[in-house]
Design a binder for this molecule. Structure first.
Ligand code: FPP
Ligand code: MG
Ligand code: MG
Length: 350
């Protein structure tokens, strides 16, 4: 994070909360089996950007500031000042817990994902499947999901439980959509790609943002705005991820580059190239298995500005994410940080 004096670093703004969460993970994944313990806590200790918990914490503060009838789960007022008195920023324990649950579900999905993608690195280190084997990686993912479910239940809010449970279905559905070539060739359509992208990436962020707004007991409009911010941010995030898969190196990304096309997965840069070079459809149908399929597709992406168009689409979603909260949420440093976060998503290199 570089920048001028007016901008703030969203990650620094919530550094204290993030380290609180890191401590809390120890308890969340404590289990009386050393191997399961190590496999499950591996990516909780080797942290990534902590993008998701940062967004959730910022959203919690931002909606709480915009919500004059903030109640905690026992319906007692959290802030005792009158609305005219500017109260100090606050976050509910349940909202912090939600940020933790979001990261648990995310890491669980990564442990499964690296098995499916046969990926041997992540976050610049060996993947859990590479270190402990596929079976343990799957089981450690299941274990994290189970602990996330217990934490979720303890929030005693059925709507929030329903939202985050639906996310787990979405992750599975998105992943299955991605790995199957369906008969109608609908995988070729940008619309289907975007739907898949919502399911595999944006749903977790959208529903987590929505859930913290719900925990704040916000008016319906704000709950909706929180969801839409997360949805657009998540779409922008994955679009950039799919562009970086082509433009980044394995070193800069900390995970294998060109992974999608090697997996036979159609992402936005390829779909854009396809509009100009229809022969890519044939390569895609055989999942880029023949010797020159990949090199020809890479050339077509370059000639068709597939990467630029993907980044442009990401920027559009970044804009929509920002617009919604700017019109609705109170102007606070947390709202400002959410805006910065959207810019970070479309400028990041890893
Ligand atoms: C990363 O995508 C993976 C996901 C966003 C979701 C993966 C979901 C599953 C494996 C379904 C099962 C999950 C659960 C929790 C039951 P990617 O492979 O495009 O990104 P990468 O480059 O980071 O690997
Ligand atoms: Mg993967
Ligand atoms: Mg994957």
């Amino acid at each position: 994070f570089s920048h001028n004096m007016n901008s703030l670093n969203p990650f620094k703004l919530v550094a204290e909360e993030l380290s609180g969460i890191a401590k809390s993970f120890e308890e969340a994944v404590a289990v009386n089996h050393p191997v399961l313990q190590r496999a499950a806590s591996y990516f909780l200790n080797i942290t990534g950007k902590r993008f998701r918990p940062t967004v959730v914490i910022l959203m919690a503060y931002a909606v709480n500031a915009s919500n004059s009838n903030l109640m905690d789960s026992t319906n007692s007022r959290v802030s005792h000042e009158s609305p005219s008195v500017k109260s100090s920023p606050h976050i509910l324990p349940s909202q912090l817990k939600l940020a933790e649950i979001t990261e648990l579900i995310h890491v669980a999905s990564l442990l499964h994902d690296d098995v499916i993608d046969v990926a041997d690195t992540r976050r610049g280190v060996k993947s859990v499947n590479a270190l402990f084997g596929n079976q343990l990686s799957v089981l450690a993912g299941d274990f994290l999901l189970s602990r996330a479910s217990v934490s979720l239940a303890r929030l005693r809010n059925c709507d929030v439980v329903e939202m985050l449970s639906t996310v787990i279905e979405h992750l599975v559905h998105g992943e299955v959509l991605q790995m199957t070539v369906d008969e109608g060739n609908s995988n070729d359509k940008l619309e289907v790609y975007l739907q898949k992208t919502f399911l595999k990436t944006a749903s977790l962020i959208a529903n987590s943002c929505q859930a913290v707004a719900l925990l704040s007991n916000c008016p319906k409009e704000i709950v909706k705005v929180a969801f839409e911010y997360g949805r657009h941010l998540g779409l922008a995030y994955q679009l950039m991820d799919d562009a970086l898969d082509f433009t980044g190196s394995s070193t800069s990304l900390g995970k294998p580059a060109l992974a999608d096309i090697h997996q036979g997965t159609l992402t936005a840069p390829v779909l854009f190239a396809m509009e100009q070079y229809p022969e890519i459809r044939d390569y895609a149908k055989r999942r880029f298995q023949r010797p020159d399929d990949i090199s020809k597709t890479l050339l077509a992406i370059e000639n068709s500005k597939g990467i630029e168009r993907t980044v442009d689409l990401a920027k559009e979603h970044c804009y929509l994410a920002k617009e919604g909260i700017q019109q609705t949420l109170q102007d606070t440093s947390y709202r400002q940080a959410l805006l910065e976060m959207a810019d970070f998503v479309v400028t990041r290199k890893q």
